[in-house]
Design a protein around this ligand. Structure first.
Ligand code: CTP
Ligand code: MG
Length: 232
């Protein structure tokens, strides 16, 4: 079985609200966020190619030490994450087989454990749909009204946080992501696009620490995690 990896890295980090480089290029624990994010895939057996999808005027990727890795190529992304993932699929279209697996992993997730990646691949090996790493919710959930007062407590049973990687066969993912969408109305992950076809992706339990760098404080949290892993 062959694996192809798409790493969407064409976002604009609006919620970081900083003046520095896009979040995927910030340094933590000795490497950039994107280099941590890609690292678990470098040694993945039967991985054909890793496509890093960059913003049109990206100036940072070529300075990364992985930029010249023989397994890695780049593509240019689009306005929304789904457009960037589509660009990644187009980049492999000539070489990929319908049944090959495609793993999509956010460039902004530096804390993916090798063991989670292996479990995802093992648990989905014979799956007819594919699936994603996810973590069950642990906190009690509140729905707020417009003035931040509790309107309701939402039962959290059966609610999970969707993480990445998400893993689907090329043919299915390509079909799922072809659907047209209006501005801001695209699926926010691959699973949602597959769900829209009436299919049920499998949730594979992953480490809740596989966080997506979204807000400035996430950098400190991810740094702490990565340092604690390398110390143990
Ligand atoms: N992404 C992408 N192309 C886009 C938007 C997002 O490749 N048009 C990527 C981001 O680079 C990131 C991942 O998708 O690795 C998850 O997106 P998100 O956390 O939303 O990143 P940004 O869109 O950069 O952040 P924000 O939404 O705060 O602007
Ligand atoms: Mg975004």
């Amino acid at each position: 079985m062959k694996y192809w990896v798409i790493v969407p890295a064409a976002g604009s980090s609006r919620r970081m609200a900083g003046s520095g480089p896009p979040k995927q290029y910030l340094q933590l624990a000795g490497r950039s966020v994107i280099e941590w994010a890609i690292a678990p895939f470098i040694e993945l057996a039967n991985c054909e190619r890793i496509v890093v999808v960059l913003a049109e005027h990206d100036r940072h990727w070529r300075k990364q030490s992985l930029a010249r890795h023989p397994k890695i190529s780049t593509a240019t992304g689009g306005a929304e994450r789904v457009d960037s993932v589509r660009a990644g699929l187009r980049a492999i279209a000539a070489d990929v087989a319908e049944d090959d697996w495609v793993l999509v992993h956010d460039a902004a997730r530096p804390c993916l454990r090798d063991t989670d990646l292996s479990r995802l691949i093992d648990e989905l090996a014979d799956d007819g749909v594919g699936g994603l790493l996810a973590a069950p919710l642990v906190d009690t959930l509140k729905r707020a009204d417009v003035s931040d007062r509790v309107q309701a407590t939402v039962p959290r049973d059966a609610l999970w946080r969707a993480l990445t990687p998400q893993m689907f066969r090329y043919g299915l993912l390509d079909r799922a992501l072809r659907a047209e969408h209006g501005p801001g109305a695209g699926p926010t992950d691959e699973a949602q696009a597959v769900e829209a076809l009436g299919l049920q992706p499998r949730l594979v339990r992953g480490d809740p620490d596989n966080i997506k760098i979204t807000l400035p404080e996430d950098i400190e949290r991810a740094t702490r995690l990565l340092k604690s892993w390398s110390a143990s």
